[in-house]
Design a protein around this ligand. Structure first.
Ligand code: ATP
Ligand code: MG
Length: 419
């Protein structure tokens, strides 16, 4: 019912606007037509005078029209003072002028009638957004400010305990329903973020506990038997070195992720050559790892550049190179590639252990390691790719992972090209 009334109101407004517009057009057609007719008659008269007298003088001659019956017998008469008189039969000219005026008038009338019939609908359509706005404003102004409702909302919010996992805000009032849904969603998001944080802290402490226990074990062993026994001493020193290196790397990674979570990881964006960075990582890898055969493939163009943070992009390349070396058996090939088509890219490909689909979907999760990786002696923490993902996301890039169990893996990073 209300909708029908609203539709009728809109139609009547649109019609009013259309009527006004049609009147304006009608008036302008009349003015324009009269002006054109006057101009055509003047030109015709001037042309007639010039062809008869050889020249045209505005002042001096006496001019008049003479009509001896119908429009066909109109004469244009020009008499020069003390000279010749021009008597021009204008019948045919006026008949033609009348025909043209009638045709123009009919066309203009048809266009006005068309506007009267159809343009109101068009105006209604164009007024639609304005009408919606007016309706919203009306709705808003019709919401009565009811203080007791807000009191009820305040009470409900202050009685919620966000630390209880399943507790939510319950408000039965229809007007406040939207607010309660928004507050509940916010609480859920905060709980999820809190859950993630505490999982991270507990995983981090768990990971740190292992090297600490190993260090403690060896220190105790040294204390009891190692002082005099050369073999125990060498083994303990080796293990302590290894564990402290592992711990220091873990702490570095944790600090990086903690800084990125709190938005304290600053990036220096500049023009960076991916080709040059990849070549540096390639040389480094060849030097520190003689157990694998490294290859570098540079695709077109010769120098791929992007806007980014050079240190972080290099860190990403090192993470990929480190994984390829860690999960590929000695003597096998590892291929680094750089190129650009629509996007710039770099990739590291190996012929190592590879991963199943169920592993690939988790590799960016913090502390995730596949069962094979855990059981191998590679000794990672499961943070490398989480760090790489953060860096690539910050560069508005994305990953592509192609991996088959026992065949190998290729991880490609795509980055937007420099505009
Ligand atoms: P670290 O933090 O020391 O790098 P990590 O290598 O175990 O430890 P990520 O680099 O995050 O951790 O990799 C996560 C997991 O993804 C690895 O444990 C491994 O299971 C799998 N993975 C990553 N790269 C490869 C690869 N090239 N081949 C096979 N598995 C891989
Ligand atoms: Mg790794």
């Amino acid at each position: 019912m209300k909708q029908k009334k609203e539709n009728r109101r809109m139609t009547s407004i649109a019609r009013k606007i259309n009527r006004l517009w049609v009147w304006k057009r009608f008036a302008s057609y009349i003015c324009l037509d009269v002006m054109i007719v006057l101009m055509v008659i003047t030109c015709w008269c001037v042309a007639g005078e010039i062809s008869f007298f050889g020249s045209f003088h505005l002042l001096g001659p006496h001019r008049s029209f003479e009509m001896q019956g119908g429009i066909e017998s109109i004469f244009y008469i020009v008499s020069q003072r003390g000279g010749e008189t021009l008597r021009l039969n204008s019948g045919l000219f006026f008949v033609m002028l009348r025909t043209c005026a009638i045709i123009t008038g009919v066309v203009q009338m048809i266009s006005l009638i068309h506007s009267i019939r159809f343009d109101a609908r068009l105006i209604r359509h164009q007024l639609h957004p304005l009408n919606e706005l007016a309706k919203k404003a009306e709705e808003l102004s019709s919401i009565a400010f009811d203080e007791s409702k807000f009191q009820q909302l305040e009470d409900a919010i202050s009685h919620v305990h966000p630390e209880n996992e399943d507790e939510h805000l319950h408000i039965s009032d229809k007007d406040l329903m939207g607010i309660s849904v928004a507050v509940n969603n916010l609480m859920d998001r905060m709980r999820e973020s809190y859950r993630q944080q505490s999982r991270f802290v507990s995983d981090a402490s768990h990971e740190l506990r292992t090297p600490i226990s190993v260090i403690q074990g060896y220190v105790n062993m040294l204390d009891r038997w190692g002082k005099e026994d050369e073999t125990v001493l060498t083994e303990a020193i080796e293990a302590l070195k290894h564990e402290s290196e592992h711990m220091s790397r873990l702490v570095e990674q944790l600090l990086f992720l903690a800084r990125s979570d709190s938005g304290r990881n600053r990036m220096t964006i500049e023009e960076v050559s991916l080709t040059a960075l990849m070549e540096e990582v390639f040389e480094e890898s060849k030097m520190i790892d003689e157990g694998h055969v490294y290859q570098m493939k540079t695709e077109e163009p010769n120098d791929v550049t992007v806007m980014g943070d050079a240190t972080m992009l290099k860190q990403t390349m090192r993470i990929l190179a480190d994984n390829a070396a860690k999960y590929t058996k000695q003597g096998d090939e590892i291929i680094f590639s750089v190129g650009a088509s629509e996007e710039a890219f770099f990739s590291v490909q190996d012929t190592g252990t590879g991963m199943g689909e169920s592993d690939v979907i988790h590799v960016f999760e913090r502390f995730y390691r596949s069962d094979e990786a855990r059981s191998s002696k590679s000794g990672g923490t499961g943070l490398g790719l989480s760090i790489a993902k953060w860096i690539v996301d910050k560069h508005k890039g994305h990953f592509d992972i192609l991996s088959r169990k026992d065949l190998g893996t290729r991880i490609t990073v795509y980055l937007p090209t420099k505009k």
